[in-house]
Design a binder for this molecule. Sequence first.
Ligand SMILES: C[C@H](O)[C@H](O)[C@H]1CNC2=NC(N)=NC(=O)C2=N1
Length: 97
Amino acid sequence: MPRPPRLSPDDVTAALRDLPLWSGDAEGLRREVELPSFPDAVAAIVRIGFVAEHLDHHPDVDLRWRTLHLALVSHSEGGVTELDLDLARRIDALYPG
Ligand SMILES: C[C@H](O)[C@H](O)[C@H]1CNC2=NC(N)=NC(=O)C2=N1
């Protein structure tokens, strides 16, 4: 399936205003999610994983004890696309911070 194009740096900056839990730029978005425990953090990866599979768009996840370090980028496009913004919003819906 064709993927949406890379967003411009200005587009990403504008989108980040509505995603206060995320930082980054046109090269990628980042957010940390701290859970109460290591098992909760593993469960969060599974929950986010189901959302990612549904979208066929997957985050890079680094788990350190009970904190997930999430990075979103459209690898095929080499930068941030609307798919990353969609995934970020869905992750925020699960983990509002
Ligand atoms: C075939 C499949 O649609 C692609 O390999 C998808 C899978 N998930 C993906 N996720 C991300 N973040 N970037 C991609 O380019 C990507 N490509």
